[in-house]
Design a protein around this ligand. Structure first.
Ligand SMILES: *Cc1c(COP(=O)(O)O)cnc(C)c1O
Length: 452
């Protein structure tokens, strides 16, 4: 069976473009999205798709063991296997947050650990699709010299790694002093051209759009809808991990807002093709320091109507520990608003103390959270407190990066250096070397410490 997909405009304006064309927007200026020939995909039944995906999942037949490429027909059917650049994406743990969920009063709580991946963030899911597509374009004769992105850290790490694996030159534009040390060293180590710009992310985004007006430099930001095709597999994989059952809620931290719509797109495709019949509710979780969508949601709610584009105004993002979502003018805003309206969405926010303490409290139950996951966990706590999310409901929090990429954040929290109340700070016990004294001291600490 020949499966087909193409670009079309999200505003419904006419036109179809092939997936190997260098194009990011429709003539109207609207963002593009990848559309699949669902008629052709329906030639296989829903149960046959589920079986195929289950048979491939984390198996050895390259590249289908990848959580993204195991769903290749739904992602990028036109790419020849030899052009796929896969470093094993997806297949990440869906962590049952048993103790943490009980503490919050939502015992059916699960954390999708998307940061347990090659470059340590969920951006790998989309980047494997983008870089594989570029490799296919080059094979098809497109004169692409390099791939470029603006980044808050994780996009550049993923692009640099996949570009290096494919042998494609990479340019990354980073806002100076606004990414973690680990995030900065990743593209450096992978040999990318790393430009540190004296601006914020939104400023880097303006530069990369100019840079990629030259069609030989391909744009890798999430406004490039090829990445959405990889990110949407988060939804498919989460449902697959529950033996094809849909959760009640999915919470995800939001910055440039590509992922909230990607998650909706994954569910939409499963509904279209009959794998599932219902939708979860979506929550976009923003840092209070970079909360333009939250403010728009508040305006709409105060006026008693659904969130719409007119409610939105860009902001200048303030400094936040959740640096990967420090974005004031999100590029994928229209897609996110459409997704939230279809998924009975909620937008919540968390301030610095809330995100840091939620991350630290959850770490005490066996996680190791990045600050963005902290934002989502803090928003979860608020929505449970407000009665929006109820005790019996099944909730999945999408954890977007590995905590080890943000060790400054975690170290400073536990050293009490974040200038906020840190009730879960856990300083090391400084002791000498005499065995008996150390043993006695440890017994005293153990006796005094409350049960975990
Ligand atoms: C990119 C990123 C996000 C936000 O995703 P958007 O699609 O930009 O909203 C959240 N957390 C981390 C760690 C990220 O790297």
């Amino acid at each position: 069976m020949q499966y087909r997909a193409w670009f079309s405009a999200v505003d419904g304006s006419p036109g179809r473009w092939p997936l190997n064309e260098v194009i990011y927007r429709a003539p109207t200026g609207a963002l593009l999205e990848v559309q699949h020939d669902h008629e052709a995909l329906r030639s296989r039944s829903a149960s046959a798709w589920m079986k195929l995906f289950d048979d491939r999942y984390l198996r050895t037949q390259w590249p289908y063991g990848s959580g993204v490429w195991g769903k290749k027909e739904w992602v990028q059917p036109h790419i020849a296997d030899e052009n796929i650049v896969s470093l094993l994406e997806g297949g990440t743990n869906l962590f049952w947050a048993e103790r943490y969920g009980k503490q919050l009063g939502v015992p059916d709580l699960w954390i999708k650990q998307c940061g347990t991946s090659h470059t340590g963030s969920f951006k790998d899911l989309g980047m494997t699709v983008l870089v594989s597509s570029v490799k296919q374009m080059i094979a098809d004769g497109k004169p692409i010299r390099a791939v470029a992105c603006a980044s808050t850290g994780d996009t550049s790490a993923a692009l640099a790694a996949y570009g290096a694996a494919a042998g494609i030159p990479v340019i990354v534009l980073l806002p100076r002093a606004k990414v973690s040390a680990a995030q900065l060293v990743q593209p450096i180590a992978n040999g990318a051209i790393v430009a540190s710009l004296d601006t914020d992310f939104d400023g880097c985004m303006r530069v990369v759009q100019r840079l990629t007006e030259d069609p030989t430099i391909y744009l890798a930001n999430s406004m490039n809808s090829l990445r959405v095709e990889g990110q949407k597999t988060i939804s498919i994989e989460m449902v697959q991990q529950f033996d094809w059952e849909v959760p009640d809620w999915v919470l995800v931290p939001g910055g440039n807002l590509g992922n909230v719509s990607a998650i909706a797109k994954g569910f939409e495709q499963m509904i279209e093709l009959g794998l599932v019949t219902r939708r979860p509710r979506l929550v976009c979780c923003q840092a209070k320091q970079a909360n333009p969508l939250y403010l728009a949601y508040q305006r709409a709610t105060a006026a008693g109507r659904p969130l719409a584009l007119e409610d939105f105004e860009p902001v200048t993002a303030g400094k936040t520990l959740a640096s990967a979502i420090q974005i004031g003018n999100p590029v994928s805003l229209p897609k996110a608003i459409a997704a939230l309206s279809r998924y009975d969405g909620v937008v919540e926010q968390a301030d610095e103390a809330e995100l840091a303490n939620a991350a630290a409290r959850a770490d005490r139950t066996g996680m190791f959270n990045c600050p963005h996951t902290g934002v989502a966990l803090a928003c979860l706590e608020k929505l449970v407190g407000a009665g929006t999310i109820r005790a019996h409901e099944r909730v999945i929090v999408v954890s977007t990066a590995h905590g080890l990429k943000f060790t400054e954040f975690k170290t400073r929290y536990h050293q009490g250096q974040l200038e906020l109340p840190a009730p879960y700070a856990n300083a090391p016990v400084e002791l000498g070397h005499e065995p008996q004294q150390v043993v006695e001291a440890l017994h005293r600490v153990l006796d005094q410490r409350p049960a975990p």
